[in-house]
Design a protein around this ligand. Structure first.
Ligand code: ZN
Length: 390
């Protein structure tokens, strides 16, 4: 596009040389300066004047009617070209790059930038600018591990696309709704129900009734419990798209993506936990593995699938139970941070000592909802930071 701009400026200069022979120098100057900023306008105006002139000259047999000619002043033309080069170079060096402000992509010097190749959409943003922001990793993704007591609930947002993975028990439903509403959110693009146990889907009914939810990912496992029945009913009542996902399914969500690693719907693993949806979040270079309540058998299936498990952040499976997080699985994931979603003094004794030891032996930072409250991990695509008790 820069080439088009330079061709435009060159054309404008040629127009200047031509118009100054026939028209007043001030008209030539105006056309020329407009051409430096936005060549198409200058060229269009010149064509308009040229056609108007031609029409008149036919009637009057005089080519120089519209604007009276001035003597040719070549030195002024050279001076104007020199000035235009300075203006253009100054614009290149000093124009501010597109950036994010309150989640809106700001493109300064819009007229000048538009002449240099940015194409605008209705929001005033450009595809080129959004691509630049993506490449620079300027945007942030927040991963909230909400303290719902004994249960899971993870809210992910890049300020635009929002995902909720589980919503704790039915009692925690209102807490989850309040937490997300306090972030100023009204619409959730995707809800992931990892598996039909009450400490994961119990609060989802509140979520469906309070937010505009676009889609639900389901593990395909059914349950006879009243909680599961009301979860299904709530999806139907709120007219939400329902999709049973299979390993390999991937969704791009603005600046980040979510890929399903399990379950494989062709495999028949034992128990609801092992068939939990396991999803890998990717934002630039930063990755997080969300494992639901997957246990040893499910972890082995993931190892055998040879999908890339390596992740910076691990949501520890099944609230830190000794039935999950095998040595082999931990070795393959190789996380720097482990988050355990667990309630204080829960009746299962989660997290189990064996799991904590395995994590500590590998020098992994451990964050727990029962100790730290709400846990927020923010990724900028290259590194991440943690905020506790938010
Ligand atoms: Zn659970």
């Amino acid at each position: 596009m820069l080439t088009f701009y330079l061709i435009g400026v060159l054309l404008t200069y040629l127009i200047f040389l031509h118009t100054q022979k026939h028209h007043s120098l001030s008209v030539s100057k105006i056309l020329f300066f407009m051409g430096i900023i936005f060549p198409p306008v200058s060229i269009a105006l010149y064509i308009f004047i040229f056609l108007a002139n031609k029409k008149r000259s036919k009637a009057t047999k005089n080519q120089k009617v519209l604007f009276s000619p001035l003597p040719k002043k070549q030195y002024k033309a050279v001076l104007l070209l020199f000035l235009s080069v300075i203006v253009f170079l100054g614009n290149c060096f000093y124009s501010v790059q597109p950036h994010l402000y309150n989640d809106v992509k700001i493109i300064p010097l819009s007229i000048i930038n538009s002449s240099r190749g940015f194409v605008y959409n209705d929001n005033g943003n450009s595809d080129a600018a959004i691509e630049e922001i993506k490449q620079s990793g300027e945007s942030e993704v927040d991963i909230h591990f909400i303290d719902v007591g004994q249960g899971d609930s993870i809210f992910i947002t890049d300020g635009n696309k929002k995902v909720l993975v589980d919503a704790g028990t039915q009692n925690a439903g209102n807490e989850v709704v309040d937490y997300i509403q306090n972030l100023g959110v009204g619409k959730i693009h995707l809800v992931v129900a990892t598996h039909p146990h009450a400490d994961h889907i119990g609060g989802l009914g509140h979520v469906f009734n309070n937010f505009q939810v676009k889609k639900v990912w389901d593990s395909g496992q059914s349950h006879t419990s009243a909680t599961y029945q009301s979860y299904l009913q709530s999806i139907e009542e709120n007219n939400i798209d329902f999709l049973i996902v299979d390993a390999g399914h991937k969704k791009e969500l603005g600046n980040y993506s979510l890929k399903v690693l399990g379950p494989n719907q062709d495999e028949d693993l034992e128990g609801l936990n092992n068939n939990s949806i396991v999803a890998k979040l990717k934002h630039g270079e930063i990755t997080a593995l969300l494992t639901g309540d997957v246990e040893k058998e499910g972890e082995n299936a993931l190892l055998q699938s040879e999908r890339c498990l390596n992740s910076d952040i691990l949501k520890v499976g099944h609230h830190g139970s000794r039935t999950s997080t095998t040595k082999e699985f931990l070795k393959k994931v190789n996380p720097s941070v482990a988050v355990i979603q667990v309630g204080e003094k829960n009746r299962y004794g989660h997290p189990h000592e064996e799991t904590l030891e395995k994590l500590m032996l590998k020098d992994i930072d451990i964050y727990r909802n029962d100790i730290h409250g709400n846990i927020l991990i923010t990724s900028d695509g290259a590194k991440y930071s943690t905020q506790l008790g938010s």
